[in-house]
Design a protein around this ligand. Structure first.
Ligand code: PHE
Length: 444
């Protein structure tokens, strides 16, 4: 007799795990920055429209596929679609593998910075040397590889413990903790003298900045931030029991992810502006600008530690979901035990991350003008995830629409009044919007 499939222990636990996957580095360092760049509150409105219309729909599509098939991403498409459809699952497997390899490197930086907060980081940052500290850290191969491996060991250790005993247990504690830390940091940041200028930069609606490019950025950001298009939510959905009403679950996860993204801006901009520092972007903002900001605050090391802990939790719970995509494949298709899958796949991904870790410090040659890490990010984020999103929506909209309706309503036992709206979003709106960002995002 085949072993019974593992299941989430509770609806709350599942929501925390799915929100843990969605809330990641993308929310905390990327969302605030692009919001500031593309018109503040005006951009937030477009972003909200995108995640409510496309985000919830594609997430619901992924949950329905996974829960119906009770299988990994490849197996789900094999079961429900057949033909070439399993290729969509393979694309997800590839993304899980490759994204995690570099994501764990960056998660390693956040882990290192938690400890550095209590070391000499504050003094160096106060002396204007935060950039040197970061440069020295990422170009030290021993440190960056060691932290990357440590993160992979933690991630594999949690995934090895299983769905309810590992992932759910840990997300149920970490996600509420993340909210608490976020709120403490917001209170600190907005009460700094001079915080108002940052709030104005972040939120003042400037419709002149709402260009076509801004709308595309909203769609791209929404997809990455909600972990869509690569089988993650299919995989998590495959461990769901039938009793959950999926539309509200999908809406809750989207709401939590979007709230964290918007709230993160209330930590970053008021603090940066209060001390008259130029807000930079990406890794620079996080690892160079913010330590300089913390260095000027009373008890700065505590807030610095809190901030990097926040980032680490966000990154860890996303990394877990990336490994789970790959591990569920090995369990369902290769019939491996969870232990073997977590160890073998975790090790393989850790090894693939080494070139990413080395590339940031310039230790290995670039690929066509990009660091290994940036190249891996580009291929997954700009090419495979949007393609995956298009195929998943088209699959649910055109190929498996009746099956999807039966799955969402549990064969007509529950009502789903928005079915027709959802169907046409999957059929037309989502694929067309994603196709446009895909084509415009192809600039290497
Ligand atoms: N959503 C995560 C973030 O915002 C990244 C991620 C993408 C996680 C795809 C899992 C799958 O950082």
């Amino acid at each position: 007799m085949p072993k019974e499939r593992e299941q989430w222990g509770s609806r709350f636990g599942f929501i925390m795990a799915a929100a843990g996957s969605a809330v990641g580095l993308g929310n905390i360092w990327r969302f605030p920055y692009i919001t500031g760049k593309f018109g503040g509150a005006a951009f937030v409105m477009v972003y909200l429209a995108v995640v409510v219309v496309i985000g919830i729909s594609v997430m619901l599509a992924e949950f329905a596929i996974g829960r119906n098939a009770q299988s990994d991403a490849v197996g789900s498409f094999r079961k429900l679609g057949g033909g070439l459809w399993p290729l969509v699952g393979w694309m997800g497997f590839f993304c899980g593998f490759v994204i995690l390899s570099y994501y764990a490197v960056i998660a390693g930086w956040t882990l290192a910075y938690m400890f550095k907060s209590f070391g000499s980081l504050m003094q160096s940052a106060a002396a204007g040397k935060a950039g040197d500290v970061f440069g020295a850290f990422v170009s030290d191969p021993v440190q960056s590889i060691a932290y990357h491996i440590a993160v992979m060991a933690i991630v594999a250790g949690i995934v090895y413990k299983g769905i309810s005993g590992g992932i759910e247990k840990c997300c149920k504690v970490l996600m509420p903790a993340l909210f608490v830390i976020l709120l403490v940091l917001i209170v600190r940041s907005v009460t700094l003298p001079g915080a108002g200028a940052g709030l104005e930069f972040y939120l003042k609606p400037d419709f002149s900045k709402l260009t076509g490019e801004a709308v595309l950025a909203a769609v791209g950001q929404g997809f990455f931030s909600l972990s869509l298009g690569m089988g993650c939510m299919i995989t998590y959905g495959s461990y769901l029991g039938k009793s959950d009403y999926l539309p509200t679950t999908a809406a809750t996860v989207v709401f939590l992810d979007t709230s964290v993204a918007i709230l993160a801006g209330f930590v970053i901009f008021p603090a940066v502006f209060a001390f008259g520092i130029e807000p930079g972007a990406g890794p620079g903002l996080t690892f160079v600008t913010l330590p300089a900001v913390f260095a000027k605050m009373p008890f700065g090391m505590v807030f610095s530690f809190g901030f990097f802990l926040l980032l680490f939790i966000a990154a860890l719970t996303s990394a877990i979901s990336l490994l789970e995509v790959v591990v569920t494949y090995a369990i369902d298709q290769l019939k491996w035990s969870r232990t073997k899958a977590a160890i073998v796949m975790g090790t393989a991904i850790a090894l693939l991350g080494i070139p990413s870790a080395l590339s940031v410090g310039g230790h290995i040659p670039q690929i066509a003008g990009k660091d290994f890490l940036d190249a891996a990010d580009f291929i997954t984020n700009n090419i495979i995830m949007p393609l995956g999103g298009i195929f998943i929506s088209v699959f649910v909209g055109w190929v498996w629409a009746d099956g999807a309706k039966a799955e969402v309503t549990d064969n007509g036992k529950m009502v789903f009044p928005m079915y027709t709206v959802w169907l046409w979003i999957c059929r037309v709106v989502a694929p067309v919007c994603i196709a446009i960002i895909f084509i415009t995002g192809l600039k290497w």
